[in-house]
Design a protein around this ligand. Structure first.
Ligand code: BG6
Length: 471
């Protein structure tokens, strides 16, 4: 394992900051994701948020008020020994509509303070530039990433943050889970489908624009600071064939390619042959500027960041159950148990996924999300005995260490997802908790917001102190 291995935790602005109207912040996609049964169709881009009933609650707007608690929260991260903290900037805090010529100084000031606080504790900032929070104005005016105009808006934003934090931020991630565009298009990329559109054509056009934006941002970051490192990021999780039936194996390969499509471009610099064939077959024409292929080729990612929660499984015999609770369609794998939200638990799948990515690209990997969403019980004594979370993390970290030590996979760091409880992205619930730190807040947003160390807090502190060798 690298000596400078980056142990830490990860969050996203839209799930924890709150302060949605502070500093003149503008509205973002995540501000209109409702709680309840309408959340999924809105995230999928098949229901228009403007048709939501009055009285709808939008839990992302308030988060857990990290905006008002960041000093206290960072002090707790430091107590666990974090070497890095992955978080995201809220784009619309810096450019409220995405189209201003000058950034919003008050919004930047918040990130100045947050970053300075991290550095004061010797915690490296790892910044996700866009984590599901495109300014809503860009959705309404341009139809989001289906338009090339959004590339310019993104680069204007990137230039401001790369210059301002040149000497303070070394690790950047261009888009969180860029492949979420194919699964939850509105949450992932602000894409809402119009009647009569071919969704796949819209998704691939938007993907092209995001990929060009990511490549140009990588170029710009290196021009501004040759020492910085810029990563791409995917929601990963290898796909298993349910059986050795060749049709299942073939289907598994196709499903993996839905994810590899993005990293193939971002890590290798060119569209894979299978994608071009798919577009031809499906009558999809992706509009490109003449220089786009060169831009993609010349500006590949320095590292591949990934989230891993579970493996996936496919079967083609039309039998069996689907695995519940996951946005990636998957057959139920009978060898695995599941979380309370139906997500399979598969530490060996983590090792498999890490090996598959490293075999394919030979670029450093950065695990920037992994963890267990679970219902926690605060005891009358004010503690949370989250042994189930410790078990999940322990077996997954062990699998990662095997990938490093026994398989030779180069991994830069590990940041546990939702290191402090936050609002769930897919369900909007507070009760789906991932943290080492409990936040006293319920699904309705009520509670004192008091921060409480869980049992896993002390456990993770030890893991970091021993560099994972005590597991
Ligand atoms: C990833 C996202 O998809 O999974 C996070 O990058 C999200 O934003 C995490 O929170 C876990 O998903 P959920 O739905 O349990 O919050």
């Amino acid at each position: 394992m690298r000596n400078d291995f980056l142990w830490g935790g990860a969050t996203a602005a839209n799930q924890c900051e709150g302060g949605w109207q502070a500093d003149g912040r503008g509205m973002a996609v995540v501000d209109v994701l409702p709680q309840g049964e309408n959340r999924l169709p809105v995230m999928q881009g098949v229901m228009d948020y403007r048709t939501l009933p009055q009285g709808t609650r939008y839990p992302g707007r308030d988060g857990i008020d990290l905006y008002g608690h960041y000093k206290e929260d960072i002090a707790l991260f430091a107590e666990m020994g974090f070497r890095c903290y992955r978080f995201s900037f809220s784009w619309s805090r810096i450019f409220p509509t995405g189209e201003e010529t000058q950034p919003n100084e008050a919004g930047l000031q918040f990130y100045d303070n947050l970053i300075d606080e991290l550095l004061r504790h010797n915690i490296q900032p790892v910044v996700t530039i866009c984590h599901f929070d495109l300014p809503l104005h860009l959705v309404e005016k341009y139809g989001s990433w289906r338009s090339r105009a959004v590339i310019d808006a993104y680069l204007r934003y990137c230039e401001v943050i790369f210059r301002r934090y040149r000497s303070k931020v070394r690790y950047w991630i261009t888009f969180n889970e860029i492949n979420m565009l194919m699964h939850l298009p509105f949450m992932g990329a602000g894409i809402r489908f119009e009647k009569g559109e071919n969704p796949l054509a819209v998704q691939y056009q938007a993907a092209h624009h995001e990929l060009v934006a990511s490549a140009l941002a990588t170029k710009l970051a290196h021009q501004i600071n040759p020492d910085c490192q810029v990563g791409c990021m995917i929601a990963a999780g290898s796909v298993y064939p349910y059986s050795c039936r060749p049709e299942d194996v073939w289907q598994g390969m196709q499903k993996d390619r839905e994810t590899y499509f993005f990293t193939d471009v971002q890590a290798r610099g060119a569209y894979p042959a299978y994608a071009k064939k798919l577009w031809n077959r499906s009558g999809i024409h992706v509009e490109m500027d003449p220089e786009d292929e060169r831009i993609l080729r010349e500006n590949t990612a320095d590292f591949i960041a990934l989230s891993y929660y579970n493996s996936r499984c496919v079967r083609t015999d039309g039998q069996g159950e689907a695995s519940g609770g996951n946005v990636f369609a998957s057959a139920k794998n009978p060898y695995l148990t599941c979380s309370q939200w139906g997500w399979p638990i598969d530490p060996m799948g983590f090792r498999i996924t890490l090996n598959a990515l490293y075999d394919r690209y030979q670029k450093p990997l950065f695990v920037v999300e992994n963890g267990l969403g679970a219902m926690d019980q605060l005891t009358p004594e004010g503690t949370v005995s989250d042994d189930y979370r410790i078990d999940y993390l322990k077996t997954h970290i062990q699998a990662m260490i095997q990938a490093i030590d026994q398989d030779g996979v180069d991994i830069m760091g590990y940041t546990a997802w939702g290191c402090i409880d936050l609002v769930s992205a897919t369900t909007g619930e507070m009760s789906k908790r991932y943290g080492f730190i409990y936040v006293d807040q319920d699904n309705a947003g009520c509670g004192t917001k008091k921060r409480i160390r869980k049992k896993s807090f002390y456990w993770y502190r030890d893991v970091i102190a021993h560099h994972g060798e005590n597991l």
